[in-house]
Design a protein around this ligand. Sequence first.
Ligand code: GLN
Length: 481
Amino acid sequence: MNLRISALDYVQGVKNGNVSAEDFVASTLERISDIDERLHAFLSVNDDAVDQARSIDKKVKSGDKVGACFGMPISIKDNICIKNSKTTCASKMLENFIAPYDATVITKLRNQDAVFVGKVNLDEFAMGLSTEFSAFGPSKNPWNTEYVPGGSSGGSAVSVSAFECIASLGSDTGGSVRNPASFCSTVGYKPTYGLISRYGLISYANSIEQIGPLTRTVKDAAFMLNIIAGLDENDNTTVDSKNTDYLSGIDSGIEGKRIGIIKEMIGEGIDSRVLSATKDAISKLESLGAICEEVSLDMVKYSVAAYYTITATEAGSNLARYDNIRYGYDFTVEGYEFNSYISKARRNFGPEVKRRMMIGGFVPSAGHAGKYFLKALKVKSKLTKEVNEAFKRFDLLISPTVPILPFRIGEKIDDPISLFLVDINTVTANLTGKPAISVPFAIANGLPIGIQLMADSMNDKLLLQAAFALESTITLPEVPT
Ligand code: GLN
């Protein structure tokens, strides 16, 4: 069974009767059991997946109406709720938490006959960018298992890249879909803020995060968006997608489109191999008729500081519910006062989550808010103004997704600031609410490089068109795993 096919080819295959959903899902589970011990993408596997796929084959055979996914195997980041399944956020605190309801994205995919093959690894509560902060151990990059796969949706990227599923859902607060997509050579898409419901996503920083698909191809990302985008009465930050078909016209090209090259993202600190891939991407886009020109976004230099200040503040309040009373693990209350019990119980959070809780308690506090939190909000609004100005001159913005190549597991774990700085190119889209995508573009020293395109709010369709055009200019090798 060839597992190395796109979502669209899979769907076509099952529709035509050339592929059996049951065989495909069974082979996918076999592959997971063969290779995942080495890669550690999965935290749990769905034992009912093959039965579910079989029932879809039956529907196809009997001519019943079948949903658009036709039993396609999808993995789900373990901070998105699937009813009656464990949703751990890769945290000891939620190790035994069983979600009581489906996230809206899950309901929508289920209604289209997707099969969820399992829940995949992440940095604890999606805080990090290497998956090394998972309480259950890091995922490994399938291109070279000594290297990080990126994060926080590392399990999602590994599972797509290593053919352990066809597509995955991750969440992107400051790059967590795009960063691992770039590090593992998959497509990673963060939509306009509000385009995809966050209902059932365990919150880290609500005001800027979004669920997004990781896929093998740009068309597959558009296919997923068609299913999961749109208004949701359970999430009042959602916007109307107006039933946009993101696949139709995706091959319209980018002739005459103006693309701004973000100056601050191709300067200091960039790896020379990433820079040369970016230049190559720009010249390929030019050869397709795009007009590329440098643009300066001065506020980008403050974006990482603002991002971590704002997200830690929101995380601080979101994590307050983990008091080991409503959620938690087995730890007796005997012998503790109320407050000492809670603080003792929280010892089980990992170092990154603790760091965010401490920062999140401090930066908005009386006497300090003016210096930190309020300043960060000012940076956010100035950056948004700058980016909005840029979109008056340009249809799209381009940069590398990540300024460096994947790094070795353990290399940066003790240096949080250097880890934070890896987010420099991705956080702007989150702070401004704009859609952004990472397109796999090059391999250097056996490790992947992704190129990021960004568009103005609600221009997701144009963004996918441009990404498709860029993707069409290259052929990349397949993952060696
Ligand atoms: N690395 C960033 C952080 O730790 C982004 C995480 C994310 O997008 N969830 O906050």
